[in-house]
Design a protein. Structure first.
Ligand SMILES: C[S@@+](CC[C@H](N)C(=O)[O-])C[C@H]1O[C@@H](n2cnc3c(N)ncnc32)[C@H](O)[C@@H]1O
Length: 283
């Protein structure tokens, strides 16, 4: 980065304009002390656009409504960290408890699983691997839908190519069984990739997502840490109202919803907490 841009600090009012704009559109919130973090993340966008101030960049975002710039901004501000079998106990609960219970009650109604912040796809593809391992695709109608706000992540997920860092906890026998090594990357087998439908979707855009909120199992994991309390409350209230009865919500293992006093019932399974909209819930 040139010395000019390195010296380009962000002043309080420009930071607040950009921060509030991003918050409104995405739910992602940069606290007051994070002005430099935001400035660092988007400084390159100023360079690429030949702009010399954060205020000009704000005006560009707000008034030009340029979808290509929006993609680049999203890519610059989101954290895409993810890997196969991350927080595996949640997948185990899904496989061993939720799915068998669901099909005992509703044997002929397809189960819909939605991974709402799937990044480059490791989370929903882990679910597809676990379902295959359990032999569930032969027994049950199950659909997995996966989405993320970052178009570059979804593009990458659809390709099904993964680097070594995605495999830090996946058992090696599963890696061998479901991936083919190609030079420096691993290609996931088509039979797994085709189990997941990937789309670009913003969790804060309720209209765009209306059909997905009716999923029986929703994962919004390791994303709420980037959201404001306001956005989390808005999202979980909306999810609760839209999800069908007898449905489950998973958030990251370190992300508790308790302070929001959600209407979901908190269910403990093997020491892990998940949120359930139970059968007595008001629609
Ligand atoms: C740290 S990754 C978590 C990935 C995966 N859920 C996991 O736990 O491994 C967070 C993801 O949330 C996505 N994200 C951030 N804001 C979002 C929004 N408003 N709607 C949908 N996805 C969003 C980011 O693009 C990023 O891919």
């Amino acid at each position: 980065m040139s010395a000019f841009y390195e010296s380009l600090g962000i002043n309080k009012s420009d930071f607040e304009l950009l921060r509030d704009f991003i918050h409104l559109k995405t739910g992602i919130y940069f606290e007051d002390g994070k002005a430099d973090v935001l400035a660092d993340k988007i400084a390159n966008r100023l360079i690429e656009n030949n702009l010399t101030s954060f205020l000009d960049y704000y005006y560009k975002l707000k008034y030009e409504n340029d979808p290509d710039e929006w993609k680049e901004l999203i890519n610059a501000i989101t954290i895409n960290e993810t890997y196969f079998y991350r927080e595996y106990p949640h997948i185990k609960i899904l496989i061993e408890r939720i799915i068998p219970e669901y099909f005992e009650k509703f044997p002929n109604i397809p189960l819909r699983i939605w991974s709402g912040a799937c990044s480059t796809g490791e989370e929903p593809l882990s679910i597809a691997i676990a379902l295959t391992e359990a032999g569930y695709y032969e027994k049950y109608p199950i659909n997995i839908f996966a989405s993320d706000i970052n178009p570059f992540s979804i593009e990458s997920a659809k390709k099904g190519l993964f680097k070594e860092r995605s495999f830090r906890v996946l058992p090696s026998d599963l890696k061998e069984k479901y991936f083919i090594k190609e030079d420096k990357v691993y290609r996931i087998k088509q039979e797994i990739l085709e189990k997941v439908i990937f789309r670009v979707k913003n969790l804060m855009d309720f209209d765009e997502l209306s059909f997905l909120y009716f999923s029986n199992v929703i994962f919004v994991k390791n994303i709420l840490i980037y959201f404001s309390e306001f956005s989390i409350r808005k999202l979980i209230d909306y999810l609760y109202n839209k999800m069908p009865k007898e449905s489950y919500l998973f958030v990251g293992i370190s992300e508790s919803l308790l302070k929001y006093q959600p209407k979901f019932e908190l269910v403990e399974v093997d020491g892990y907490f998940i949120y359930k909209k139970n059968s007595g819930a008001q629609e």
